[in-house]
Design a protein around this ligand. Sequence first.
Ligand code: FES
Ligand code: FES
Length: 398
Amino acid sequence: MTAISVTVNARPVEAKVEPRTHLADFLRDSLNLTGTHLGCEHGVCGACTLLLDDMPARSCITSAVACDGARVTTIEGLDEDDIAIELRAAFAREHALQCGYCTPGMLISARDLVLRLPTADERQIRVGLSGNLCRCTGYVGIVRAVRSVIAQRRQRGLLPVHGAGRTQLGPVGSGHAARALGTGAENTSHSPVIAPDQNGAVIATIPDFVPAQIVIHQVTVAYPPDQVFQIFGDVAGVAACLPGVALTGTPTPERAEGIIRVRLGPITAEFEGAARIERDPANLTGRITGIGRDHRSRSATQGEIRYQLVPVDHGAATRIDLSIGYSLTGVLAQIARPGLVRDLAARLTAEFAGNLERHLAGLAPDAAAATPSLNGLALLVGLLRARTREVLQRIFGT
Ligand code: FES
Ligand code: FES
């Protein structure tokens, strides 16, 4: 088995593969990406076509081990792609598919033509698609669909892309020579890493990261530090205290998987991910590092919570010093300004502290915290109230 590291549909993947395993089998069998079809398995029919570093490639004659460092995009990775969306609509409109077996590969090749061809030239389209065989349609509808998308895009002023967005070529068009040469092109994504466990099952692992934003908070609970630290070791109990959090599996002391739902006005995000838990009993400190992805908004987050328990009131109570760091990418990063997130973190921390005290007292968490989503309106009203109060205090000095 050989270890490889590839990016598949924008997610870093680490796996061990047999040298003889081809890329299509790896994607279908190990990652369950069955949109990549297999026909001839000899590089003839084009059913297995995908993008390797943005370049169409036959995955049935590409060894998975040769793709180490490459960026792979399958048809599933083009769900939200502008051109693929237009092509799918055109294929449906022009009756460009029947059984659909050739369609994923056909769409990938067609997308490449839409990107590259300056005009909707039928001959060039037919030549460009000649490596994709369709046993059903007779190609007329397919060519019509591709022509219409190219023509419409050029009419809208969308010019062809020189090189079709292709990067430099490496073995099998992977372009990973840049990484081998240390040019800094290696993946620095903060996304989850998918890696096989001891049984070969694919699981998410959590890389270290440097947060883009850090928020500092302190809360005090009326219980001694040892008791609080012990409770922090109860992953399910702590998760129940966190508003909007729901575990999706049985946690271990070192790891938990779950979702956190956040609803802010019209925006609903459901981050699905995993967290790694580290604890230092000698110093009463701990660190929780998490990753999550909201598929709907195509946003991803990586965060860490560091805590230190400090005895106060002669050890009768505990001050919890919290450092909350996070990085956000995608659509939500454009609207979640640091100030808003800071306010949100403050409210969540306060709710967490309240629930923690209830938990320590043997009571159930507050009903609002058990709700699997945050009431965005209530949060916003609360935030506005707090901001208004701050402004009034500044003006009147009260
Ligand atoms: S399955 Fe790859 S070209 Fe036919
Ligand atoms: S639609 Fe059936 S093979 Fe193309």
